[in-house]
Design a protein around this ligand. Structure first.
Ligand code: NAD
Length: 275
């Protein structure tokens, strides 16, 4: 944890970040985007509040940060519940004296939400929006007053390439990600210059939670088949997302506001037609 580039804010206080969806992989503590973001922000000198519904995997992220000499605490809370979100914000105030950075990284996945608009049941539609959009909205709504009191800061929302390109039968997920990008722009206009808000739109990222029960051989073949569709000819690693989030969270991106940054190895700009 030697790189402490963001250690102090303009008032000389240590910076404090909340990362929601910050648990490591739930089976073995393997790679996750939120975990990698929390670890990178801690390396950059933030005190990190890791939030996730998964208690053991969330605790693991905080442990990794502490093992590396950083400062973190874990809260096993649900970002769709107003009182839980208020607890996250009051913890930042009480334990660390303020809040300078929020990274929203939760997402809901279920078999029932992976449907087109005609087939999805209304309850699945609503439950997915409650997490993927409502969880981001609530976290921002209750964090922003404390961020303003703390001298300002940065919000980074994890969106997706699905905000711009529709995956088949992934209707509500795509809608939620498009709304996250619109929410990001809205906050970027309303709260600049004190708070900058940006989003990161990953393409396919290798995480433990999507590896499910595949054997190592099946996983290799799966990743290889996805990689073939990407100009970089490989899938993305979680640290490659975390590095961009950390940049957007830092003063190094001081004039970037309201943007959705694609981190997809060029997938979104590639045309596969052959002439
Ligand atoms: N993995 C990818 O290929 C990929 C691609 C594009 C975007 N994303 C985005 O990255 C972010 C991270 O997700 P992921 O896909 O890596 O999966 P993930 O399962 O590793 O992370 C999601 C985390 O959110 C937590 N969570 C869900 N609902 C919650 C709630 N109500 N309260 C608190 N925690 C909750 C889960 O427990 C989980 O730890 C998501 O926003 C996702 O949409 C991922």
């Amino acid at each position: 944890m030697k790189d402490q580039t963001n250690k102090k804010d303009k008032k000389g206080n240590t910076r404090v970040a909340v990362v929601t969806g910050g648990a490591m992989g739930y089976k073995t503590g393997g790679p996750s985007i939120g975990g990698a973001v929390a670890i990178q922000l801690a390396k950059d000198g933030y005190k990190v509040i890791v939030v996730d519904r998964l208690k053991q995997a969330g605790q693991r992220t905080a442990e990794i940060i502490k093992e590396k000499g950083g400062e973190a605490l874990f809260l096993g809370l649900n970002v769709t519940k107003t009182d839980h979100v208020q607890k996250i914000v009051s913890t930042a105030q009480e334990k660390y004296g303020g809040l300078n950075c929020v990274v929203n990284c939760v997402a809901r996945y279920s078999a029932g939400m992976a449907k087109n608009v005609a087939e999805i049941v209304e309850d699945e539609w609503q439950k997915t929006l409650d997490v993927n959009l409502g969880g981001y909205f609530k976290m921002c709504k209750y964090a922003i007053p404390l961020m303003l009191k703390s001298g300002g800061g940065t919000i980074v929302n994890i969106s997706s390439g699905a905000s711009f390109q529709s995956l088949p039968n992934f209707s509500v997920y795509s809608v939620s990600k498009g709304a996250i990008d619109a929410l990001t722009r809205s906050m970027a206009v309303d709260f600049a210059p004190k708070i900058r808000a940006n989003s990161v739109c990953p393409g396919f990222v290798r995480i433990e939670n999507s590896e499910r029960n595949r054997t190592p051989e099946e996983l290799k073949a799966w990743y290889q088949s996805i990689a073939e569709g990407y100009p970089m000819r490989r899938v993305c690693e979680v640290e490659e997302i975390a590095n961009v989030v950390a940049f957007l969270a830092s003063d190094k991106s001081s004039y970037i506001n309201g943007q959705s940054i694609h981190v997809d190895g060029g997938y979104g700009i590639a045309d596969s037609h052959q002439f």
